[in-house]
Design a binder for this molecule. Structure first.
Ligand SMILES: [Zn+2]
Ligand SMILES: [Zn+2]
Length: 141
């Protein structure tokens, strides 16, 4: 890991009132490296189980509370988190979830156009679109 990246991560944590513990730096580093949404299980695998489930859970919760990451979508009981750099508060880009390997990709060039109205009395607050299917790697096999 480069020193600049390390500093950026430490700064980001401190700015959000979080101590830059080793575990937090490692988890946040993964989000920057991946550049795509990550679920808790994927994070644990990427860290080769260096951190236990409870620690990763606590770290993700602290990050989400501080707004360092947000939920890209919820897959059953699992939250998939990402850095909020590509989204506004109201509008998150669509995501693609691979049912083969569980990888999630951000779809920034994919737009969903809605037709019609929500209906009387309904207020839209946030739009989340999830496309499910197979990624290029899983499609091959
Ligand atoms: Zn896949
Ligand atoms: Zn995304």
């Amino acid at each position: 890991m480069s020193e600049n990246r390390d500093e950026r991560i430490t700064d980001l944590l401190r700015k959000n009132g979080l101590k830059a513990t080793k575990g937090r730096v490692e988890v946040l580093e993964l989000f920057f490296e991946a550049g795509r949404p990550l679920a808790q299980m994927q994070i644990m695998e990427m860290l080769r189980l260096k951190l236990d489930r409870a620690s990763v859970y606590r770290i993700l919760n602290a990050f989400a509370e501080a707004g360092i990451i947000h939920t890209a979508y919820v897959d059953g009981r699992h939250r998939v988190y990402e850095l909020p750099d590509k989204c506004s508060g109201r509008n998150c880009h669509p995501h693609f979830s691979c049912r083969g390997c569980g990888m999630t990709a951000c779809l920034e060039d994919f737009h969903v156009h809605y037709k019609g109205t929500l209906g009387k009395g309904f207020v839209a607050e946030r739009q989340k679109v999830l496309i499910e299917g197979l990624c290029p790697d899983c499609k091959k096999t």
